[in-house]
Unconditional design. Structure first.
Length: 122
């Protein structure tokens, strides 16, 4: 079995402080949605049960899941498995529950919309 065929399991964690209770930050779409993004340097920011923002360096994408993922916003953490160096809209994320790595619901991703955050007005 080649190294490329070995599945890479990554755990992306956001602060588990009740992400579902905060409003989803407004963003501007910048370009067309894409099917895949590279996982090198990728960080996640769970916004709700159906929105995850991803960042890598100065680039950012919003993924709006096609179906709500129960407890994703509350737990704020998930894992995924891929044999590629990309995360794609055909991939599935699994909510990590509690303080350990107990698996919760698994949910499909949507397309990755390149975004730019709006400026906060004080």
């Amino acid at each position: 079995m080649s190294r490329a065929a070995i599945a890479t399991v990554l755990t992306l964690a956001a602060a588990p402080a009740l992400a579902g209770d905060r409003p989803v930050p407004a963003v501007f779409p910048v370009g067309k949605p894409v099917d895949c993004i590279t996982i090198i340097g990728l960080r996640s920011h769970v916004r709700s049960d159906d929105v995850i923002d991803f960042t890598a360096g100065r680039r950012a994408w919003r993924n709006t899941l096609p179906q709500s993922c129960p407890s994703l916003g509350f737990e704020g953490r998930f894992s995924y498995s891929t044999s590629l160096s990309q995360l794609c809209s055909s991939d599935i994320v699994t909510v990590l529950q509690g303080s350990g790595t107990q698996s919760g619901p698994s949910c499909g991703l949507g397309k990755f919309q390149p975004i730019e955050r709006t400026k906060q007005v004080r």
